[in-house]
Design a protein around this ligand. Structure first.
Ligand SMILES: Nc1ncnc2c1ncn2[C@@H]1O[C@H](COP(=O)(O)OP(=O)(O)O)[C@@H](O)[C@H]1O
Ligand SMILES: [Mg+2]
Length: 339
């Protein structure tokens, strides 16, 4: 099976700065890959390599059968018709109408007027903006602008859609609409999507596979549920924690420590029957005072992931025993370090 995108041992330097450091990945045809990580991790550089806007310092990038990192400009233009891209700031032409924006890549590709009109109508209908064809971008809301961006990206019937922080400028409700549209783009049109984001909502709504990037490297990869329910590296755990908001940190942790007696213990949610009973039994049978003081649970696909933090008070040995019992039952337990 050919991958939709294959990145092979790519390193990208800007002068002394290593933006990507030996990155390899594959995106399955028809799949959605979420690329997550904090600002500066190298995510945008990675997508820019996928449409030939940047060239790797070393390594190769293949899109379908084309080695996009080795094509001369003229052929690059042809291959780019198979690749749509959407951006955080939408990048629409302000002087053109919605229809004019969507028609633009078709003009560049030399598509005839009749064919252009037909395709513009078809993609605007798909994104639900046929009635705005003659409006100008400034008359549209942020969500509508991004839907125009998506329509423009779809105009040339690409096989691959690259989305770089496409919902990061939108409010949560609009974000949900745009994500639902991206899901339709993938499911109904069969277009492969690479979704770059630092937002949990975006990843969990559409991605099937994820890679976590930090400082130019992929530090973790796997199915969405696996990476979020059991991050294997400290870097991924930190990211997951920050987006799930399931563990107390910083000032919150300090406040919890001063407000509660005893030890603060975080139990990772295990998605199985009897989980909460197992936890409360372990505490209750040792007569530990246990108060739930913090927690966050998110739905990912058909699973729940997250954590619950308890203030446990009682004899030290009894607390240790309870924690050992939970660990023995396969439940991950971490003690929040004393302040
Ligand atoms: N054209 C460029 N010239 C110099 N440095 C760049 C350029 N593009 C990106 N960088 C640097 O590469 C690193 C990765 O940036 P970027 O790919 O934009 O990360 P992200 O999208 O994850 O925030 C950053 O340190 C950034 O400053
Ligand atoms: Mg970026």
């Amino acid at each position: 099976m050919t991958a939709a995108v294959r990145v092979e041992h790519v390193t990208k330097r800007f002068g002394d700065l290593v933006a990507l450091d030996d990155v390899s990945l594959e995106v399955e045809e028809g799949g959605v890959l979420g690329v997550i990580g904090y600002s500066g991790a190298g995510k945008s550089t990675l997508v820019r390599l996928m449409n030939g806007l940047e060239q790797p310092t070393t390594g190769r990038v293949l899109v379908g059968d084309a080695e996009i990192s080795a094509l001369p400009e003229r052929e690059l233009r042809r291959v780019r018709r198979d690749i749509g891209m959407i951006f955080q700031q939408f990048n629409l032409f302000r002087a053109r109408t919605v229809a004019g924006n969507v028609a633009y890549p078709l003009r560049v590709a030399g598509v005839s007027r009749t064919e252009r009109d037909a395709r513009v109508a078809r993609v605007l209908d798909f994104v639900g903006l046929l009635d705005k064809a003659h409006a100008h971008p400034e008359q549209l809301s942020g969500g509508q602008k991004q839907r125009v961006g998506i329509a423009r990206a779809l105009a040339t019937s690409p096989r691959l859609l690259l989305a770089d922080e496409a919902t990061s400028a939108l409010d949560p409700e609009t974000t949900a609409d745009v994500l639902a549209l991206l899901k339709r783009v993938n499911r109904e049109l069969g277009i492969t999507i690479v979704l770059i984001t630092h937002e949990m909502e975006a990843v969990k709504a559409v991605a099937q596979q994820v890679v976590v990037m930090e400082a130019g490297r992929i530090v973790e990869r796997g199915s969405l549920v696996d990476v979020f329910s059991a991050p294997a590296t400290p870097a991924a755990a930190r990211f997951v924690r920050s987006v799930l908001h399931d563990r107390p940190t910083g000032a919150t942790l300090d406040r919890l420590r001063s407000a509660h007696r005893g030890r603060l213990v975080t139990v990772r949610v295990a998605d199985r029957p009897g989980f909460t009973a197992t936890v409360s039994d372990a505490f209750a049978k040792r007569r530990l005072s246990n108060e739930l003081v913090f927690g966050g649970i998110s739905e990912l696909g058909d699973r729940s992931v997250g954590a619950l933090t308890y203030a446990l008070d009682g004899p030290g040995a009894a607390v240790d025993e309870a924690l050992a019992e939970l660990r023995g039952a396969g439940i991950a337990v971490e003690e929040e370090a004393a302040g």
